[in-house]
Design a protein around this ligand. Structure first.
Ligand SMILES: Nc1ncnc2c1ncn2[C@@H]1O[C@H](COP(=O)(O)OP(=O)(O)OP(=O)(O)O)[C@@H](O)[C@H]1O
Ligand SMILES: [Mg+2]
Length: 483
């Protein structure tokens, strides 16, 4: 019998539709002195939470009826401070990422050894003890505060540094800046940088995406409207120009602005005053306008869909951000930055990508630029189970190696073995390779048996691919171990 790991008793609710799993977890956690309750579906779990709230919920993702993700959502509405750990098979790993984004405390990849669940539970309560108010999350928004940049520009590429210097010098002017570059190259980051570097940093930073709204709405979003200006204008509404007064206005995808609004925008830029729709008189505003586009504006001018005079006005100071593939020397710094960012955000240790990952990064094209890298690292940090970030943490098309050696305990529990048989299995694992191979064979056969010979389910429980499972069975058959 192992010693209880935690000195304190906590109320834990297990939610899983599989009885074996409920029993295995119930036994493991009660053995550690916790008060454990079990529910076999989401509805039952919600009822139990309402009646007798636990301090931690551990739920499976894939369940008939309400799935784990939906349960998580409902818990986050009813009791946002209640930590939820989710369990998932390799096949639903993307759902795990989704769950983490929705506020799950952590996730466990099935199958896992008992120590993993014990360790996770210990971490939940260690953190809960450190937090005075469990529901207080770090506030991201620091409106109006002139503090360190929330989104710093990371990089050392000479062209990037030159662009930063230029951005700094235009920050104090009021000249319109056109920020160009492929999607995800950091156009908004640069816009915020200009705002922060200017005397307007204590003023508002307002952004509007010109491609996101239909023409009619876009006009009143930009310039505002008076009550009664048109059907549906039941209140007076300030436009983005007014909202950005004393600060910076970022017009994203300016190339999508319809021609008549281009004319209106040009007038606002020249006169420095706006007129609400239905307004009686224009009034002065003080706004630094920055614009971005993915579109070739020069071409748009030639095609007659973009006004030449507006183009000239916007293009006084262009900043053309290079795509990531043209500044590979920044990859290392960016990886390091995002790893630290997500380690902090998700309370995980800082990890390094493996050498295989670096090799793949080295000749990767980064079509989605820095945004793509950030998303990849976030995903890898969420999925990573080892000391290093591995290929399969980043890319779906790379399969993790079989984790079979570490899974004996839970699989045998999930297969309904007794504690004694379990102990025997674990002991057998230490003996040597021949025995290990034997344990592996037993586990595979047990998993198949427990799943009515369904190879997909068995492979999922074992944490191996169906292909690997098929190969193993082929091997046993050719050795005459099974028929
Ligand atoms: N140099 C950089 N250093 C750190 N983070 C960066 C850098 N460039 C971009 N990012 C990050 O990458 C993501 C995308 O950046 P951003 O939104 O500025 O791109 P964008 O050029 O505006 O893209 P889109 O054209 O799709 O709007 C953001 O999360 C941003 O913080
Ligand atoms: Mg953008």
């Amino acid at each position: 019998m192992p010693e209880p790991m935690s000195e304190q008793t906590h109320k834990i609710l297990i939610v899983d539709d599989e009885q074996n799993m409920r029993v295995a977890l119930f036994e493991a956690l009660s053995r550690n002195g916790h008060e454990v309750a079990v529910a076999e579906n989401g509805g039952m779990a919600l009822e139990m939470i309402a009646r007798n709230p636990p301090e931690l919920v551990i739920t499976d993702i894939k369940m008939p009826g309400m799935d784990g993700l939906e349960l998580l959502r409902q818990i986050k509405v009813l009791r946002p401070e209640l930590p939820v750990v989710i369990m998932t098979g390799f096949a639903t790993v993307d759902t795990a990422v989704e769950a983490m984004k929705q506020g799950a405390f952590d996730y466990l990849l099935k199958p896992f050894p008992v120590e993993v669940i014990e360790e996770t539970v210990a971490r939940v309560f260690a953190l809960a003890r450190r937090l005075v108010q469990p529901s207080t999350r770090p506030l991201v928004q620091k409106a109006g505060e002139a503090v360190a940049l929330e989104k710093p520009i990371i990089g050392q590429n000479p062209k990037l540094l030159q662009l930063m210097a230029r951005a700094r010098s235009v920050a104090s002017s009021k000249a319109t800046v056109l920020i160009l570059g492929e999607s995800g190259t950091g156009k908004e980051v640069f816009a915020r940088f200009i705002h922060q570097e200017s005397g307007r940093r204590n003023g508002p930073f307002v952004a509007l995406n010109c491609a996101a709204l239909p023409e009619g709405l876009l006009e009143s979003e930009l310039f505002g409207h008076e009550k009664g200006a048109f059907t549906g204008a039941i209140i007076t509404k300030k436009g983005k120009f007014e909202l950005a007064d004393g600060g910076t206005l970022l017009l994203d995808e300016i190339g999508e602005l319809p021609l008549h609004l281009q004319a209106k925008l040009l007038r606002v830029l020249q006169e420095e005053e706006v007129d609400r729709l239905g307004g009686r008189a224009p009034f002065k505003i003080d706004v630094h306008v920055l614009a971005t586009t993915n579109r070739d504006l020069e071409q748009a001018v030639k095609e007659g869909v973009f006004r030449q005079d507006l183009y000239y006005r916007l293009n006084v100071i262009p900043l053309k951000l290079p795509p990531l593939r043209e500044r590979r020397e920044d990859v290392g710094m960016l990886v390091d930055f995002f790893v630290r960012k997500y380690a902090a955000q998700y309370g995980k240790p800082v990890k390094k990508p493996s050498s295989a990952v670096w090799a793949r990064f080295a000749d990767y094209g980064w079509p989605g630029n820095v945004r793509e890298m950030e998303n990849l690292i976030e995903r890898a940090m969420l999925l990573s189970q080892g000391h290093e970030l591995e290929l399969w943490d980043f890319w779906d098309d790379v399969e993790p190696p079989s984790r079979i050696e570490t899974t004996a305990t839970v699989v045998s529990q999930a297969c309904g073995q007794s504690a004694v048989a379990m102990a025997n299995t674990s002991a057998a694992m230490d003996v040597g390779m021949q025995t290990l191979r034997e344990v592996e064979r037993q586990m595979i056969l047990q998993a198949l048996q427990a799943n009515d010979n369904n190879r997909t389910h068995a492979a999922e429980i074992l944490g191996i691919s169906v292909r690997t499972l098929r190969n193993k069975l082929h091997e046993y058959r050719s050795q005459g171990m099974i028929d």
